[in-house]
Structures are given as structure tokens and as C-alpha cells.
Design a protein around this ligand. Structure first.
Ligand code: SAM
Length: 204
């Protein structure tokens, strides 16, 4: 990894993703987290403050970028919930099958290189009946916006460390999970190419 990935990008992501507009989504998505939780693409730990401490036993967090560590550790230190932070690739998890009650992903499926593999891993490590809670940005339902999303994605991937604007998140999750409750909407005050959100729950 280079200086951009290790130093600049983690600080940039921390600043952008700390925006108050994301907080309400985090709170809503995480309200359903229970038991033993796995969060993939933990980043700088911005979700930690929003986990319901009364119903969560512990959180295992993974991220592929070691540069996120320093900022994440500050939030882990003040978390009332026990956190097991690991540097791992979400495409290839070492955890046993049927380990977690909840898996969480917030604005991460856009960046994982092999999306289908990561979703298969999420499914595998969830206990039967366990929930995958997510909020992601991705492919719009408007063809003219899709065109621009496809055009801009190569640039976005370059500056956003692999972030795609044009992934059909619903299609990818529904290929693996039969039970899926999902809503799609444009986030207010956000450019449409990056602001088409998929928020929901998939059950194993
Ligand atoms: C846009 S950031 C979102 C961070 C955090 N989830 C949040 O809501 O603030 C995407 C994160 O996914 C991580 N990531 C990308 N590819 C990954 C992979 N294959 N496995 C695990 N984490 C990955 C990145 O390092 C980054 O921290």
C-alpha cells in the first residue's frame, strides 16, 4: 500500500463519512444489530457509537486497509462494547460457518473487489436466521444516471480506492439471500451518481 492508501485516504474517508447526514442512516441500520456481530469494511470505526450496547455482545471488525487502524483505535478505546479489530479481506474470511448473529456493511460493498465472493462469505458466516444489515450506494434506477455512473466509475475507482458507482447491490445480495427487505432511494442533497442508496436487511 502507498501513502495515499495508508494516510491520505483514511483521513479523507473519516472526514467525508463523519458528515451528519450519514449518522441517521447508521443509527437506523444498526438498531437491529444483536448478539455476536461482524462488521466488514470497518473503516475508521464511525459506526461504533451507533450500536445498541444493550443487545450486542461483541463486535468483530474487519478492514483490508491497515491505514484505518490509527483512527479506528481511538473509537474502539471508548466503545462500551468489546471490539475485536482485524485486518482482513472480506472476500476470504477465516471465521467458521454459522458464527455471527449479525453482519453489518455500510458503504463498503462498492469497494470490495470481488463483490459476489464477499456476499457469499457474509452468508456463510451468518448463523441460520442471522441478519445482514446494510446501507450502500450503487446503480441508480434511472438509465441516464446509470450512463454517467458507468462513465465516472473508472475515475471514482482511482480516487476512491476501488469504489464503484455502478454496482447493482440489490441484484448481488438477492443472488445469495432469499429473504431480503430492501429500499432504494436518492439521498437528499447528494449528487445522484453517488447518492442512490440501497438500505435493508437480508436474512439467512
Ligand atoms: C467508504 S469506506 C466505508 C467505511 C465504513 N464502513 C463507514 O461506514 O464509514 C469503505 C471501507 O471498505 C474497506 N474495504 C475495501 N475493500 C475491502 C475488502 N476487500 N475487505 C475488507 N474491507 C474492505 C475500505 O478499506 C474502507 O475502509
Amino acid at each position: 500500500m502507498n501513502i495515499y492508501s495508508q494516510l491520505i485516504f483514511p483521513n479523507l474517508i473519516d472526514k467525508v463519512m463523519s458528515d451528519r447526514s450519514f449518522s441517521e442512516y447508521r443509527k437506523t441500520v444498526l438498531a437491529d444489530a444483536v448478539g455476536d456481530v461482524l462488521e466488514i469494511g470497518f473503516g475508521t470505526g464511525l459506526n461504533l457509537a451507533y450500536y445498541p450496547a444493550k443487545q450486542v455482545n461483541n463486535i468483530t471488525t474487519i478492514d483490508i486497509n491497515t491505514g484505518m487502524n490509527k483512527l479506528a483505535q481511538k473509537r474502539i478505546a471508548v466503545s462500551p462494547i468489546s471490539v475485536n479489530f482485524q485486518v482482513l479481506n472480506g472476500e476470504n474470511l477465516p471465521m467458521e460457518d454459522d458464527t455471527f448473529d449479525t453482519v453489518v456493511s455500510t458503504w463498503t460493498l462498492c469497494s470490495i473487489k470481488n463483490l459476489d465472493r464477499a456476499i457469499a462469505e457474509i452468508y456463510r458466516v451468518l448463523k441460520p436466521g442471522g441478519k445482514f444489515l446494510f446501507i450502500e450506494h450503487g446503480l441508480s434506477n434511472e438509465p441516464n444516471i446509470q450512463t454517467w455512473q458507468h462513465r465516472i466509475t473508472p475515475i471514482q475507482k482511482f480516487i476512491g480506492e476501488g469504489c464503484h458507482l455502478d454496482r447493482d447491490i440489490k441484484r448481488a445480495i438477492s443472488q445469495v439471500f432469499d429473504r431480503l427487505d430492501i429500499k432504494e432511494f436518492y439521498a437528499p442533497n447528494t449528487p445522484k451518481i453517488g447518492g442512490y442508496f440501497y438500505q435493508g436487511v437480508a436474512i439467512k
